[in-house]
Design a protein around this ligand. Structure first.
Ligand SMILES: *Cc1c(COP(=O)(O)O)cnc(C)c1O
Length: 364
């Protein structure tokens, strides 16, 4: 089965290639063959749409998924049905235990207070987040030891997974990776009956010793490289295309856009696209941005507006109604991120938020 949104009149189109997603998932599985691959689909699958993404990954064999928020977990439960294991990285926040239980979500407990809250609510399956040096979420090792030393404190908590998160996995040379690996080894030894999970996308590429029982990739599934630069092993999944609204001639000496930043030094042809920062095209791209039209990059001219961008089409054919690629196989997400001074994660989350999403490839 193949689905597309019928509204082909959308001036801005965000297309998600589910077959490319499936290939990227297979590439991660092949890299970590002894571990379970548990896709991370938080933030609506990094803007690509968690229902469709998780549905296809389920069809590819994924059985465990990670989300950040309770509401994301509830939605995923509804989409995937009762057999999926859905981990909620927020864990048990104030008053959420009843809803976690009702949707049979598995909280990732990240503090002693959360362990107590889950216990007070009746307990059950959970993951335990151990901090190994990032100091974001997680129990310190000594807290985990204290927990085990006090009989009864974990009696109602069924610790299925012990996990930790790497701070510098994108940099294989960072000494932090080894330090975290060693500390995680100590944590794993404390919970011999639980499964162990350490690696995000970049962690998968640090080597087998980082894989443990389960890996948690996000960005590579969605086409970003594990090391914040394009990686041919991972195919682009999201394509953003904007329609040309108008093509205009700009005489030498005139300017383009807000602030009159760009000055034409010769006669130019300029195409105005129906996309802007409100659509997630990051304003910080400025003149470093480009769209792909007629087989080549066409640079952005001047500042990005809320709903519009100007590009240089002096050297090519361009007409209203044509579509210009702003993200996709020719405009790689890691390159866009670098030009905008950010990371692929933010580019995808922002671009996916407003556009009319279309899915191509088989749904399940
Ligand atoms: C977001 C997240 C991941 C996935 O990270 P990627 O770099 O996108 O692969 C894995 N684990 C945790 C705890 C996360 O928060």
């Amino acid at each position: 089965m193949s689905v597309t949104t019928p509204d082909s009149a959308e001036a801005l189109r965000f297309t998600v290639d589910l077959d490319a997603l499936a290939r990227n998932y297979a590439a991660v599985c092949a890299e970590a063959p002894r571990a379970e691959t548990a896709p991370v689909v938080k933030a609506d699958a990094y803007g690509l749409g968690a229902d469709a993404v998780a549905g296809r990954l389920w069809a590819e064999g994924a059985r465990s998924f990670y989300v950040a928020r309770l509401s994301e977990g509830e939605r995923l439960r509804a989409a995937l049905g009762p057999a999926a294991t859905v981990y909620v990285l927020d864990g048990v926040l104030q008053g959420t235990a009843p809803r976690l239980r009702a949707a049979e979500l598995t909280p990732v407990l990240s503090s002693l207070a959360q362990v107590e809250a889950w216990t007070a609510a009746g307990g059950g399956p959970a993951a335990l987040h151990i901090d190994t040096g990032m100091n974001r979420l997680g129990l310190r090792l000594e807290e985990a030891r204290a927990l085990l030393a006090a009989p009864g404190r974990l009696r109602r908590v069924d610790v299925r997974v012990v996990l930790s998160h790497l701070a510098c996995a994108g940099d294989p040379g960072a000494a932090m990776n080894r330090r975290q690996l060693e500390r995680f080894g100590e944590a794993v030894a404390l919970f011999p009956d639980a499964r162990a999970s350490l690696a995000n996308s970049a962690g998968v590429f640090l080597g087998r010793e980082y894989h443990f029982d389960q890996v948690r990739p996000g960005i590579t599934l969605y086409g970003g490289g594990p090391r914040e630069r394009p990686d041919p092993r991972f195919a682009p999944v999201a394509t953003l295309e904007a329609e040309i609204v108008q093509v205009r001639a700009v005489p030498p000496g005139e300017t383009v856009g807000y602030g009159a930043d760009f000055v034409a030094e010769r006669p130019m042809r300029v195409a105005i696209l129906a996309a802007g920062y409100a659509d997630g095209v990051l304003r910080s791209l400025g003149a470093g941005g480009y769209g792909w039209l007629a087989g080549a990059p066409r640079r952005f001219l001047g500042r990005i507006s809320m709903d519009l961008i100007a590009i240089d089409v002096t050297e090519c054919e361009a007409a209203p109604g044509q579509r210009v690629e702003l993200l996709g196989p020719n405009v790689l997400v890691d390159d866009v991120a670098q030009a905008a001074g950010t990371i692929a994660y933010e580019v995808l989350c922002r671009a996916g938020a407003r556009s009319a999403r279309r899915y191509v490839g088989s749904v399940a």
